[in-house]
Design a protein around this ligand. Sequence first.
Ligand SMILES: Cc1cc2nc3c(=O)[nH]c(=O)nc-3n(C[C@H](O)[C@H](O)[C@H](O)COP(=O)(O)O)c2cc1C
Length: 354
Amino acid sequence: MDRFRLAAPLLGLLDPETAHDLTLWALRRGLGPKNRAPDDPVLAVSIWGRNFANPIGLAAGFDKNAAVIGPMLDLGFGFVEVGSVTPRPQAGNPRPRVFRLGADRAVINRMGFPGQGLAAAAKNLSAWRSRSRPGPVGVNLGKNKDALDAAADYAAGARGLSALADYLVINVSSPNTPGLRALQGRKELETLIASVRAARDEACPQGGPPLLVKIAPDLNDAERADIAELAVAQGLEGLIVGNTTLQRPESLRGRHRTEAGGLSGQALFELSTAVLADMYRLTGGRVPLIGVGGIGNADQAYAKIRAGASLVQLYSALAYEGPGLIARIRTGLAERLRADGFAKVAEAVGADHR
Ligand SMILES: Cc1cc2nc3c(=O)[nH]c(=O)nc-3n(C[C@H](O)[C@H](O)[C@H](O)COP(=O)(O)O)c2cc1C
């Protein structure tokens, strides 16, 4: 029985955040669908000493408190990124703060990092780790809205969560926390990376998880070049390209298109893939990239890989396509790789640049 097909009409009538809360509730109770069919070996990715059975991950924001890692891996994701986690619990912006643009298969959100905070996420993650189920889990770090010292907030996240993470993300690209995106400036980012690395190394003296930075798709050419240069110079382990956009393409039709917040889903695909390709070119393919933004089918996942992504992620399309989407992308991606003569994902990464 495809529970999503039964539940979709009802979930679609609800406010999107209520639908999301209900989905999390059902997932926590084991009511989610399962698709743990073994992955086609052509989909395997090995990076940072970690093995991914397939390159399709759940993007940050869905599982902010690390409460449903197992159920999401059971849908067939190759990895899950939890967060953004802020050091202290906070409520986020007033509701409503998530809007569906059905006609555009897009979403606008201005959540503002609501969450239960670092201690709760750490508790959930350790419980998950103690059950030792497979599947890499990334931890995305944010800062509290009222934090006076941003670097101290990210460092606190790294200190508390490094030992539980397969990779760590400095998220400086959400548009809904005032001042956050300014941390993408060269100087600010340099300071941030140094303090997070120090905290990570203190927490994991034997060697901690790789550190990635998640950037906005709205950076201009000079800002992109700065970040690429910094990433190469500092030996940053990866970049996630990228977060939601503040842009509103002319093509948008959904009645909520003028709501404030970050736009995601189909309307973000072209922009985020162009920025991804640019970051691949600017870094000379030397910094692993995670491509995210508007993926809703196998062609789009494949396009991100060819543009330079070693791994991909999605979130918004789940609301429109349902959980069966992951199995469809896995099958379709394996077919496309084989058809083009690639024996593994790594061979296709950046293929459009050659
Ligand atoms: C409701 C919602 C909440 C999100 N929360 C976060 C977050 O806490 N941290 C983060 O780095 N990205 C967050 N994102 C951004 C996604 O991780 C992703 O970068 C973006 O939605 C583009 O991917 P998509 O088009 O597949 O949704 C959120 C997105 C949505 C729709």
